[in-house]
Write a protein that binds this ligand. Structure first.
Ligand code: EPZ
Length: 433
C-alpha cells in the first residue's frame, strides 16, 4: 500500500490549482442515465471515486470515457443501452455514492437493483430517505439479500418533505423527478453547491427545475431529456483544504481555480482564527502570514454553514492556535477518526461524544500515522506539513478517492512530500496487498 513521506516545516508559497468537485461529478455522471444522448462533463477530477463511478456505469452497459478536455479532464458518457440496471455490491461497497444511480435508473429504465451501501468509517450512512421518496413517487421497492430492487412503470410527481437534510438524497430524488409524470415539490432540501451544479446540468438537458440551491425545489416532469456539454464546479473542499495548508505552514499561497462564493463559512472561520485571507477574484483566494493563530470554535452544519467535510482539516489547524477550540460534529456520528492520530503527533484533544476540545498551540512531532477516511487523511497531511521531522502516512488510498495528485500539487508550492510504494511492507505484506 502506498504511503506518503512528509517532512514538516516548509511554508507553502506559490499558486495551487483546484480540480473539479468530486461531489458534483458523481451525481452529474449518474444524470447521464436519464438520456440516450451523449453527455460531456468538463473539469472532472482524476480521483478514484470517479473511476469507481465509471466502472459502475460501464457495468450497467453505459459507454464512459475519461479523457482530457477544454481545460483539465473530461468524461464523455452515453447510456443509450442500459443492458444491466444493477449496481453490484463489489462496487457499491467501495463507494456509498453509488446509491446515486437509484433514482435515475428507476426514472429511465423503470427498474433498479442496487446493493445496499452499508456503512463506512464515518457513520451508518442509511438511504431510508431515498427509498421513502421513491415509494412516494410510486415505485415498488423490495429489499432482500443485501440488495434493494425498485420498480415503476413511470414515476409520478409527489410532495416530498425530507425529515433530515440529505445531499445525495436531494440529488437522487431530483433525478427521479425530472422524468416523472407531473409536478414534484421537494421541501427541506440540501442547498449545497453540488445540488445546484446537478440542477444546472439537468436543466441544460431539458429538465424543468425551480429553486435548486434553496430548501424548496419544484420540478415539472418531462417525457425525455437530451444530451448536454457541461462544466462542473471547482471542489470547494479541496480549496478549503489548501487554504488551511497555507495557514498551518505560515505560507503565502494563492488558491486558484476555486469558487470563492462557495467558501463563505470557511473563510469567515479562518479569519476568526487569525488567518489572513484576501479574495483576489471570484476564482482566486490568497492566504498570507498574519497574526498568530487563535482558537475559534466550529460546529458543522449543512450548507451554507461550516461544512462537515472541512472539520478534520480545521482540527489540524486548531492544534496550532493559541487557546481552546471546541469542534462539534453535527452531521455524522463517527467523524473523529483523525483525533487519535493527531494525538499521537502531540496534539492535545479530548473527545466527548460529538464534541472535541482542542488545546493549542502544541508542537506536533513527526511519526508514522494511519489514514482512515478521506478527510481524516487530509487532516493528517496538514499536521505532517507542520510537524517537526519526517512523518509516514499509511493507507493513502483514502486520499486518492477525493484529492487529485495532491502530493504533486503540494510539492509544487514547496512541501516536502513524496509518495512511496510499500516502503516498509514486508515480503508477505506485499504479497497480501
Ligand atoms: C454527501 O454525503 C457527501 N458525499 C459527503 O461527502 C458529505 O459529507 C455529506 O453529503 C454531508 O455534506 C457526496 O456528495 C458523494 P447526507 P451524503 O445524506 O449525501 C443522514 C466526502 O468527504 N441520512 O447529506 O451521504 C446521514 O446518515 C463525503 O466527500 C439519513 O439518515 O450525506 C447523515 O447523518 C463524505 N438517511 C445526514 O443524513 C438518508 O436517507 C447527512 O447525510 C440519507 C442521509
Amino acid at each position: 500500500m502506498d504511503k506518503y513521506v512528509i517532512r514538516g516545516g516548509n511554508p507553502l508559497v506559490g499558486t495551487i490549482r483546484v480540480s473539479g468537485a468530486k461531489n458534483s461529478a458523481l451525481p452529474c455522471m449518474a444524470a447521464a442515465i436519464l438520456t440516450e444522448d451523449e453527455v460531456i462533463l468538463e473539469n472532472i477530477p482524476q480521483v478514484r471515486d470517479i473511476e469507481t463511478e465509471r466502472r459502475l456505469l460501464a457495468s450497467m452497459g453505459a459507454e464512459v470515457e475519461l479523457g482530457t478536455g477544454e481545460s483539465g479532464h473530461r468524461t464523455t458518457l452515453c447510456c443509450r443501452t442500459l443492458s444491466d440496471p444493477e449496481a453490484k455490491y463489489e462496487i457499491v461497497k467501495t463507494m456509498r455514492a453509488s446509491s446515486l444511480v437509484l433514482g435515475p435508473l428507476v426514472a429511465r429504465a423503470g427498474m433498479a437493483r442496487v446493493a445496499m451501501p452499508g456503512g463506512c468509517a464515518i457513520g451508518g450512512r442509511p438511504i431510508d430517505m431515498h427509498i421513502k421518496g421513491l415509494e412516494k413517487m410510486g415505485a415498488t421497492i423490495t429489499q432482500a439479500h443485501g440488495y434493494l430492487e425498485a420498480r415503476a412503470d413511470r414515476l409520478r410527481g409527489a410532495h416530498l418533505v425530507f425529515s433530515k437534510i440529505t445531499v445525495t438524497g436531494t440529488e437522487d430524488l431530483l433525478m427521479a423527478a425530472v422524468l416523472a409524470q407531473g409536478e414534484t415539490l421537494m421541501e427541506n432540501c440540501a442547498c449545497e453547491p453540488e445540488v445546484t451544479d446537478l440542477a444546472a446540468l439537468l436543466t441544460a438537458m431539458g429538465a424543468k427545475i425551480l429553486g435548486a440551491g434553496t430548501p424548496t425545489i419544484r420540478v415539472l416532469g418531462v417525457d425525455r431529456l437530451h444530451g448536454a456539454h457541461y462544466r462542473i464546479n471547482p471542489d470547494r473542499i479541496e480549496a478549503g483544504t489548501f487554504l488551511i495548508a497555507g495557514a498551518i505552514t505560515g505560507g503565502d499561497l494563492i488558491v486558484a481555480n476555486c469558487n470563492a462564493t462557495h467558501l463563505g463559512a470557511v473563510i469567515a472561520k479562518l479569519r476568526e482564527a487569525g488567518v489572513r485571507i484576501d479574495i483576489l477574484g471570484p476564482d482566486t483566494v490568497r492566504v498570507r502570514p498574519g497574526n498568530r493563530l487563535r482558537a475559534a470554535d466550529i460546529s458543522t452544519e449543512e450548507y451554507p454553514g461550516f461544512p462537515t467535510d472541512m472539520q478534520a482539516q480545521y482540527m489540524a489547524l486548531a492544534t496550532q492556535a493559541e487557546g481552546v477550540s471546541v469542534v462539534t460534529e453535527n452531521i455524522f456520528e463517527n467523524r473523529f477518526m483523525h483525533v487519535q492520530e493527531l494525538v499521537r503527533m502531540g496534539a492535545d484533544i479530548k473527545v466527548d461524544g460529538r464534541v472535541a476540545t482542542v488545546r493549542g498551540a502544541t508542537r506536533l512531532s513527526a511519526t508514522a500515522v494511519m489514514c482512515s477516511d478521506l478527510r481524516a487523511s487530509a487532516s493528517l497531511v496538514l499536521a505532517a506539513l507542520v510537524a517537526d521531522g519526517e512523518s509516514i502516512l499509511d493507507r493513502v488510498y483514502h486520499m486518492d478517492r477525493g484529492y487529485e495528485r495532491i502530493e504533486e500539487k503540494l510539492a509544487g508550492v514547496g512541501a516536502q512530500i513524496k509518495r512511496m510504494g510499500n516502503i516498509f511492507a514486508s515480503k508477505d505484506e506485499v504479497a497480501a496487498v
